[in-house]
Design a protein around this ligand. Structure first.
Ligand SMILES: *Cc1c(COP(=O)(O)O)cnc(C)c1O
Length: 361
């Protein structure tokens, strides 16, 4: 088998998903499990479907199509504002899409009509994070235009925070959404049954009992796969954080000085590295690099190891203080944060190993 390996513990992911689902259901919140963080790897989605989860979301139509071809009965939501150029596929494979742009919605309506379908959409509202969405004060005019189209059905409104602007979900921005839903329903005599209130970072408000009860959908990725809420900078209690373990192989092991010798320029990625002189250190070079993984999102599992840096194909780890024996050919294990899982599952050079071992807590 090739290395590096990404070991994926399906039982831990299933456990996390079940706990979050149970917790959300107590507040009548439907969860949409977001699969983009792991490229909708089929064995993972399959394991979740086995457990009865049937509502998923992804940002890539290729991922959605891959799963829907295998499991036509699960519900999938397209969570990135979709492209006009992919309208036909999105309408074919996604049951719902998040939308915000008049021209796109019009194109989707026309395409759906030509396919003999009506496509369900959720209108995204910008409550301050400045990524996608119409500003609340401009939403009425857009809703009016949408209601005049026959190929799309407006089933709710939603918002996204915590992704671009790093704005946290608050009672205030959640209430903007709820009040807007109420006023849109009244002004246009319509029903907007879904309020999709955000992603993993909204779970904190729910745990604190502060999420308005009208919010009835959340789109959850990170908490399910990593038990983490990085926007709020916290791990969620009693969830597994180590469902994804990277193992990379040592190809060189040498004592070397900790500061490079010679004239300094830029590294392969345009940065000017800085070095702390710690004297002679024992350094392992591992056969994995920035082409495969965002190395800043890795953390060695063993104590006494420190990632020094890396280039496209190499990762350099200080193993001087390692208690674990390291030699050429050894595999060194790393816990992976979100962006590491994202990059590792995208890299064709990383072998994915699915572990069906039972490991409930
Ligand atoms: C990525 C994404 C999510 C899921 O976010 P997590 O932090 O992984 O829970 C939800 N909604 C949208 C629109 C997204 O792009």
């Amino acid at each position: 088998m090739h290395t590096p390996l990404l070991e994926i513990d399906l039982a831990k992911i299933k456990y996390n998903a079940q706990r979050i689902k149970d917790f959300c259901e107590k507040s009548d919140i439907d969860i949409c499990i977001v699969t983009k963080g792991f490229c909708a790897e089929l064995p993972i989605v399959e394991a979740l479907i086995e457990d009865g989860h049937n509502f998923f979301g992804d940002a890539r139509i290729q991922n959605i199509a891959k799963i829907k071809r295998e499991f036509p009965d699960v519900k999938y939501m397209m969570i990135r504002i979709p492209k006009i150029s992919e309208a036909e596929e999105v309408i074919r494979y996604a049951d719902i899409s998040l939308q915000s742009q008049l021209e796109v919605i019009k194109a989707y309506s026309d395409k759906a009509k030509s396919m003999g379908k009506v496509h369900s959409i959720i209108l995204m509202i910008d409550v301050g994070d400045l990524r996608e969405g119409v500003m609340p004060e401009n939403s009425g005019a857009l809703v009016e235009d949408i209601l005049a189209m026959n190929g799309v059905r407006l089933i709710g409104i939603g918002t996204n925070v915590g992704c671009y602007g790093g704005i946290l979900p608050t009672v205030e921005n959640a209430k903007i959404l709820v009040n807007l839903r109420d006023s849109l329903e009244k002004a246009y005599g319509i029903e907007l049954p879904i309020i999709s209130g955000g992603s993993t970072c909204a779970l904190k408000l729910l745990r604190e009992g502060k999420l308005p009860k009208e919010i009835n959908n959340l789109r959850i990725g990170e908490a399910v796969i990593l038990g983490e809420d990085s926007t709020n900078g916290l791990f969620i209690e009693n969830l597994h954080r180590d469902a994804f373990i990277l193992k990379a192989e040592v190809v060189e092991l040498r004592q070397k000085p900790s500061v490079p010798m010679g004239r300094s320029g830029y590294d392969a990625f345009g940065n000017q590295p800085v070095f702390l002189d710690k004297g002679i250190r024992k350094r392992a070079i591992l056969a994995i690099g920035r082409q495969d993984v965002r190395i800043e999102a890795l953390a060695p599992v063993s104590e006494g190891m420190e990632i020094l840096g890396g280039s496209s194909d190499h990762l350099i780890v200080d193993v001087t203080d390692s208690k674990e024996k390291v030699e050429p050919g050894s595999l060194i294990a790393f816990r992976c944060a979100y962006s590491a899982v994202l990059s590792l599952t995208t890299s064709p050079y990383v072998e994915k190993v699915f572990m069906p071992l039972a490991s409930g807590r």
